[in-house]
Design a protein around this ligand. Structure first.
Ligand code: NAP
Length: 322
């Protein structure tokens, strides 16, 4: 099969298209013929080999050499102990921790997968798992979003932000999106009520306050964020700078005690809400924002695009089998 591999940490130049053996499913695994895969911030971190990702995937060189977690495809074969899927089923899911999605075939345990809606393309399905789960869990489970609120999404033009806006639209809320100038037009057309260009305006010191902040970047002090929260408001981070996340973890409880504003961190429950996303998609409430789709041989270029932050929504790769 064709696959994109990397054998050393570094830049997208380390990603190479090769022919390699098709994986064989273990008894509790399925073999998926991959039709589409999307990129996540985690793939980029694993390519670069920052200290935390080296702890996960090898100190000196990557142990798992095929990246790609968010896949959609058709089941080609099932192991003897697999109960819920059959060959021919169309599935999607987040394979983080195992990765391997940037290839024509990948194996996965059945608990990481869900049937995809027949109305969804493989590209739409592959765009959903990680970013949409973070948005659902950040806004609904942790943020407890309610109609009548003012919401701000920081990092609004990426995967989490573009799903986040559409989820927010299930409620009657006023939504502000923060991102770079190249994405503001797209944010307006997606339906953000207000947009802020972070190169020109600092939303933590412009006098505006919000009931709920969803942050996909987390590059500021928790004290800055609480300044932008209304009394009783909630700040929810899904990820960003490790130092800032540690600050959220350590200072969050004290900040709540002092001023009643809540600081929350989302610990992703992978794949938990895939069935909910099928429902929303079929009801016309969610339409993934896709950058691409690109081809497998264009993967190094897509990582460059992602690294520069020039992507809009989810970067998706179509995997062809011709
Ligand atoms: N909590 C968990 O368990 C968990 C699990 C997996 C992933 N994550 C995290 O979840 C996040 C994924 O978010 P995503 O998929 O939406 O990422 P993404 O697609 O990269 O989007 C992030 C957006 O933020 C923008 N941005 C960059 N700098 C900014 C700034 N200073 N202020 C405002 N916006 C800024 C980026 O645009 P430009 O760069 O072009 O400016 C981009 O549009 C990552 O932080 C990842 O580490 C968390």
């Amino acid at each position: 099969m064709k696959a994109i591999v990397y054998t050393k940490y570094g830049t997208p130049d380390a990603l190479v298209l090769i022919e390699t053996d098709k994986p064989v499913p273990k008894p509790d695994e399925v073999l998926i013929k991959v039709y589409a895969v999307s990129l996540n911030d985690w793939d980029y971190g694993l390519l670069q080999g920052d200290p935390i990702n080296r702890l996960l995937n090898g100190l000196l060189k990557p142990k798992i050499q095929i990246l790609g977690s968010d896949v959609a495809g058709r089941i080609e074969a099932v192991g003897d102990n697999v109960k819920n899927f059959r060959p021919g089923d169309e599935v999607f899911g987040d394979l983080s921790g195992r990765w391997g999605g940037l290839a024509q075939y990948v194996c996965a345990p059945e608990n990481l997968l869900a049937l995809k809606s027949a109305k969804m393309t493989f590209e739409e399905a592959a765009s959903i798992p990680q970013a949409a789960m973070l948005a659902v869990q950040g806004l609904i489970d942790v943020g407890k979003i309610q109609s009548g609120q003012k919401l701000l999404i920081n990092g609004a033009g990426g995967g989490v932000g573009t799903f986040g806006l559409q989820l927010a639209r299930l409620f009657d809320v006023e939504v502000t999106g923060v991102d770079n100038p190249g994405k503001l037009e797209m944010l307006h057309s997606l339906g953000f009520d207000h947009v802020i260009d972070y190169t020109k305006e600092d939303f933590t010191s412009n006098g505006q306050q919000y009931d709920l902040i969803l942050d996909a970047k987390t590059n500021r002090s928790m004290f800055d964020y609480t300044r932008a929260l209304r009394p009783g408001g909630t700040y929810v981070t899904v990820g960003g700078s490790i130092a800032r996340l540690l600050q959220a973890l350590i200072l969050g409880p004290f900040i709540s005690m002092i001023n009643g504003k809540k600081i929350r961190i989302v610990a992703l429950k992978a794949n938990k809400d895939l069935a909910y996303m099928n429902e929303l998609f079929e009801a016309g409430k969610i339409k993934p924002v896709i950058d691409g789709p690109y081809k497998l041989e264009e993967v190094p270029e897509t990582f460059r695009l992602f690294g520069k932050g020039d992507h809009k929504g989810k970067v998706v790769i179509t995997v062809d089998h011709k």
